[in-house]
Design a protein around this ligand. Structure first.
Ligand code: ATP
Length: 214
């Protein structure tokens, strides 16, 4: 039987319920065997994360412990170069059977930034892309993505066939939570309880992360 594997990359600075609930709902609705949360080491498109890669990884581990089929994949942290998704997809593909399905999950904001990604036009050779609706983002897709969407999008994510090549939009419980908001709350001494799992909050408190001015 072909396996169905999902991949959600991110800075996870820190991981929060927006990531986790989306990941779980997608995994459930598509019947994924595994959904890998993959923290990036040196994200090419954004500022250096506020806390170390090891702390970000540890928080994702706390968040998914015992929450099947969510797992952590730390391969990007082992690479001594920027975290390009195309490299991760190529590596994962090399470990999978040819007919296994790979689904790359991207929030709407991340999807809109796709044309700036390294070798972005090759991504669909390795996976399907699932675009997660994000309630706090309502922009139009950039022009560079219009042709791709016209050629490759399908309306029903459950109808995605084969190992990769198509794009589908998935609707999940809208949670307008961002890591930026969580860092700001913590920096101003406010609570982030219920925005992150309790185990993540315990880790943040134990290590004094994000407190005080940046
Ligand atoms: P920041 O506020 O620091 O930019 P973030 O909350 O967007 O962080 P990332 O780690 O950059 O978190 O996001 C990883 C992936 O998860 C991206 O594809 C992003 O679009 C998606 N994502 C983040 N938050 C949500 C959310 N609340 N709902 C759906 N998808 C989300």
């Amino acid at each position: 039987m072909a396996k169905r594997i999902g991949l959600l990359g991110g800075t996870f600075d820190p991981v929060h319920i927006g990531h986790l609930r989306s990941a779980l709902e997608v995994a459930d609705s598509l019947g994924l065997d595994e959904l890998r949360l993959t923290p990036s080491a040196r994200p090419p498109h954004r500022d250096t994360p506020q806390v170390s890669a090891l702390d970000r990884l540890a928080m994702v581990k706390c968040a998914v412990a015992g929450v099947s089929p969510l797992v952590v994949d730390d391969r990007e942290l082992k690479r001594d170069k920027p975290s390009y998704t195309i490299d991760t997809l190529e590596q994962m593909r090399a470990e999978m059977a040819a007919d296994d399905q790979l689904f790359l999950l991207l929030g709407w904001d991340a999807f809109c930034g796709l044309p700036t990604w390294h070798r972005w036009e090759e991504l669909l050779q390795h996976c399907h892309i699932l675009v997660l609706q994000r309630p706090d983002a309502d922009s139009e897709p950039p022009d560079a993505l219009r042709n791709l969407l016209a050629a490759r999008s399908v309306s029903d994510p459950l109808a995605l066939q084969g190992p990769g090549g198509h794009i589908a939009f998935v609707w999940q419980t809208p949670l307008a939570v961002s890591a930026t908001q969580i860092r700001q709350l913590l920096a101003s001494g406010k609570s982030v309880r219920f925005l992150v799992p309790d185990a993540v909050l315990a880790y943040i408190d134990a290590h004094g992360l994000y407190r005080g001015p940046n």
